[in-house]
Design a protein around this ligand. Structure first.
Ligand code: NDP
Ligand code: BG6
Length: 517
């Protein structure tokens, strides 16, 4: 039974509808990893705290090194203590953490998968019921393929297929490193699983504010009539981080901002803000619209016109008053690295709604502040009444959806300054999650793990969707590969990016917003 306070919490009302997962075993591949400890296990703990796990729930960690069940239980308990957003309650965790099992084996050998199957069957025999298994692949991508193939060969992938207990597979990012590798990964997946069993993660889709995009756009009638080329001047999407690459330098060297953030998270934001209304909230209807939108984006031909994209690396600078290294001095990064830590793009969407409206996107590490937002800037009214710039300080009406932090929506309007003279200034109308709903919102992974368990794929990426995004991004990466470091701009850590990214907007007489509320 939930406490009164939890029953009233508005975020949980949504989640409670999702009860009803069958008995479930979640198997995490890469169970000793950073993501498991920081995000996955704390998410499972918070689901158990909210009473959202099925009564028969088991956690199995799969990894290469030998580890006793007890040692694994201690490790997951420590992860909850260290990283849960809410306080550790041993009584609540005992049922899940105390039952956790560890399964040792190489990812690319068949034997551990056969023994895993036997262990799962033993669980079924013990509880006297069938269980569904959710395989969560949280390893580096180099072993995605052997894991998927062994799940197929051992029969684990097709256990109880066409029943409510069919297996599911959740796959972490990165989903390929270009169009060809994404296609190959999709091929391997669909050889072993039906698409309905597959949950490709983009954790941005699990964020409350990203889910709210659909609601703000389609549950209100005042925005949609304006949401088109007649009224919208431009759209700016910013996903800025103040963190650097930290200990992930060697991973990041193979990735860069385009693969790490733009191909997935930022493209998802773009799809949701620009797509047509889906015919229903069915996952396939929503994903159909996102794919249609991605297909309408004009591919960039950088051999013809390289000025639609900017890439840059951060140099030494100050973050929060503290001196930080430049990218090429970070651990695991080559001194002559050609990996971008910042990318900005200007995109056009060739459809009836958006033709002629520039969509600007930027994402970078070590920027001035951590902020993700979508700003829809509306056209100015005709300059008939308030054209005297001395008296009338007018801003473009802008709707800013702040994804994080300090989640909320701000509307920028122009208002008369009180007084006997008619003078104007821009003012802001704020809606903030913190003040309306309180601050303890579920983490993205809580929602995503729950949705995978109950079989709701709305917040996951479909195979054709990831390919549509790679189709746009791959030629840019190929162009950069040919150039090496040539044309790589630089920005001081703690700034808003390189000058070149300002120029990206000048052609259209636009400028980047100073992101934030
Ligand atoms: P880790 O590097 O921590 O690796 C996870 C586990 O995989 C390791 O503990 C290890 O487990 C196993 N492993 C590591 N290297 C290899 C290798 N070369 N071959 C086989 N197994 C290996 O990864 P993370 O936990 O950081 O990330 C997991 C997945 O999640 C990745 O796909 C990553 O891109 C994605 N991700 C991670 C984020 C994060 O914040 N960490 C954020 C978003 C996505 P063992 O030795 O026990 O087998
Ligand atoms: C991950 C990227 O997908 O998203 C990281 O690999 C990045 O480099 C992270 O830091 C950002 O996620 P969030 O939720 O902190 O915005």
């Amino acid at each position: 039974m939930l406490s009164d306070e939890k029953q009233r919490h508005p975020f949980l009302e949504g989640l409670s509808k999702h009860r009803g997962a069958p008995p479930t075993v979640v198997v995490i591949f890469g169970a000793s990893g950073d993501l498991t400890a920081r995000k996955l296990v704390p998410a499972i703990y918070n689901l158990s705290l909210d009473n959202l796990l099925p009564p028969d729930f088991y956690l199995v960690g799969f990894g290469r090194k030998p580890l006793a069940d007890n040692a694994f239980r201690e490790a997951v308990t420590e992860a909850v203590r260290s990283y849960s957003r809410r306080e550790f309650q041993p009584e609540i965790w005992k049922r899940v953490g105390g039952n956790a099992l560890y399964h040792q084996g190489a990812y690319d050998e068949p034997a551990p998968y056969r023994s895993l199957r036997e262990r799962i069957e033993a669980v079924e025999a013990e509880i006297g019921r069938e269980v569904q298994v959710v395989f969560y692949i949280s390893t580096p991508p180099s072993v995605f393929k052997p894991i998927l193939e062994n799940l197929g060969a051992s029969g684990l992938a097709r256990r109880h297929l066409h029943t409510p207990f069919a297996s599911k597979v959740v796959i972490e990012k990165p989903f390929g490193s270009d169009l060809e590798s994404a296609r190959e990964l999709n091929r391997v997946i669909t050889e072993q699983f039906d698409e309905r069993q597959v949950y490709r993660i983009d954790h941005y889709l699990g964020k409350e504010t990203v889910q709210d995009l659909l609601v703000q756009r389609f549950a209100n009638s005042i925005f949609e009539p304006l949401w088109n080329r007649r009224y919208v001047e431009c759209v700016q999407i910013t996903v800025a981080e103040d963190l650097g690459v930290g200990s992930r330098g060697s991973y990041y060297e193979q990735s860069g901002a385009m693969r790490d953030m733009i191909q997935n998270h930022t493209m998802q934001l773009l799809s949701l803000i620009a797509m047509e209304p889906p015919v229903s909230l069915d996952p396939e209807d929503i994903r159909d619209e996102k794919v249609k939108l991605l297909k309408a984006i004009q591919p960039l031909d950088l051999d013809e016109n390289a000025s639609d994209v900017v890439r840059a690396q951060y140099s030494e600078g100050l973050i929060g008053g503290r001196k930080v290294l430049g990218y090429t001095d970070e651990e695991g990064v080559a001194s002559n690295s050609a990996t971008e830590t910042y990318t900005a793009l200007r995109l056009s969407i060739n459809n009836w709604r958006w033709a002629g409206v520039p969509f600007y996107m930027r994402s970078g590490k070590r920027m001035a502040r951590r902020v993700s937002e979508i700003a829809v800037q509306f056209k100015r009214p005709p300059g008939i009444l308030f054209s005297d710039a001395e008296r009338f300080d007018l801003a473009s009406n802008t709707m800013v959806i702040q994804i994080q932090p300090d989640e909320g929506t701000t509307l920028l309007l122009n208002s008369k300054i009180p007084g006997l003279e008619t003078r104007t200034q821009p003012v802001k109308m704020h809606f903030r999650y913190r003040t309306t709903y309180g601050s303890n919102t579920p983490e993205a992974y809580e929602r995503l793990i729950l949705d995978a368990m109950v079989g709701d794929s709305t917040l996951f990426i479909r195979g054709d969707e990831t390919e549509a995004s790679w189709y746009l991004i791959t030629p840019i990466l190929e162009h950069w590969r040919k150039l090496g470091r040539r044309g790589m701009a630089s920005y001081v850590a703690g700034s808003w990016g390189p000058l070149a990214s300002e120029r990206l907007l000048w052609d259209n007489r636009h400028e980047w917003r100073r992101a934030g509320p």
